[in-house]
Design a protein around this ligand. Structure first.
Ligand code: XIL
Length: 341
């Protein structure tokens, strides 16, 4: 590649993050890694942490009861090892992407909890020592801060399944950091307050919990102004925080993102990275897909897209440059990674 490539001319995101002790990660797909070598080259170069986008979800690893398919998860772990990256495990207990045999199996509550515990034991056990952190329970809350009804919540007649899951994860992997993860908890609101209260209560009860993942799927122009203040609440309560699934989706009213929208998106990414760097205790930022090539956004939010750092051709967008500039400024270096005299 040419030297005037703006990505290659500068320091990588992972190197700038390393200078500040911040993991800089991306969610990736094992199939794209396999099929698209340039995609893998960017993952290796730019990120110090990876999260499998789907490969560790229950439906992926046990599509048929008792028949496990670890291929995608194993490939992710192998890639990380080869490129000196940590892996964030995502996710052990979630109401989505569950195997049909579980959701339609007519199991009783106690059976569901037993199956959940066995699943956690099998998966977290298999990757014990290989995964730096687990999103043990994903998306346990409704927007108003009440507990989300799910097969697990129903099985335990309330949120007790969360403690059960955390205990099971700790037994299976004594070293992984154990997280609860959710969306729309970036600002101070009913849902983020409920998350803080839950994490605090669990810790008081002696349940193993280390951190809270703030997904950070935001809409263009809507980064909450109290983001850093909110992260600080969690850190002050003794929890590690990670921004686990960052993307900034753009309403594509004109078919594609306009230069003005891309500039606004860059400012949003900078704000998000600023918020994470403002609080000691925020250990990492992970983007949910780093390229518009394989983003989940167009399917999940029709009419939205262009949510990532690189475009579909793996070229840097203003968002990439703003992220790099923000990391560099906080690391006390210029964008090529050189410390001024
Ligand atoms: C998404 C994946 O990126 C998609 O490929 C899949 O079809 C649906 O799930 N919150 C989460 C992630 O915690 O697991 C979701 O990932 C995005 C929203």
């Amino acid at each position: 590649m040419a030297h005037d490539d703006p990505v290659l001319a500068g320091a990588t995101l992972r190197r700038l993050g390393d200078l500040r002790g911040l993991q800089v990660g991306a969610a990736i797909r094992a199939s794209t890694l396999r099929e698209n070598p340039p995609y893998g080259a960017v993952v290796a170069r730019e990120f110090s942490s990876i999260t499998p986008a789907n490969e560790m979800k229950w439906a992926s690893v046990e599509p048929v009861r008792g028949r496990f398919d670890w291929s995608g998860a194993d490939a992710t772990i192998a890639f990380a090892r080869a490129h000196d990256q940590v892996v964030r495990g995502h996710t052990l207990v979630w109401h989505r992407q569950l195997p049909d045999w579980l959701t339609t199996g007519g199991f009783t509550g106690p059976q569901v909890l037993q199956l959940m515990t066995e699943h956690i034991g099998a998966e977290a056990g298999r990757y014990a020592g290989e995964v730096v952190a687990w999103d043990v329970v994903n998306e346990p809350f409704n927007e108003d801060g009440t507990f989300r009804a799910s097969i697990f919540e129903q099985a335990s007649n309330g949120p007790r399944y969360i403690a059960t899951a955390l205990h099971a994860a700790r037994r299976a992997d004594p070293t992984a950091r154990l997280y609860l993860n959710d969306f729309n908890i970036e600002g101070i609101n009913a849902k983020s307050t409920a998350m803080l209260n839950l994490a605090t209560a669990l810790r008081q009860q002696g349940v193993p919990i280390d951190g809270v993942g703030i997904q950070t799927h935001v809409i263009l122009g809507r980064v909450p102004p109290d983001f850093a203040e909110n992260i600080h609440r969690f850190a002050a309560a003794g929890f590690e925080v990670c921004l686990t699934e960052i993307d900034v989706r753009i309403p594509l009213t004109a078919g594609e993102a306009s230069p003005a929208q891309l500039a606004e998106q860059a400012a949003d990414y900078a704000r998000i990275v600023e918020a994470s760097l403002a609080v000691r205790g925020c250990v990492g930022v992970t983007v949910w897909g780093f390229t518009d090539l394989d983003s989940w956004i167009p399917r999940a939010f029709p009419g939205h897209g262009a949510a990532d750092l690189l475009d579909e051709g793996l070229s840097p967008k203003p968002a990439y440059l703003a992220t790099r500039r923000t990391l560099a400024a906080h690391a006390g270096v210029d964008e090529s990674g050189v410390r001024p005299d």
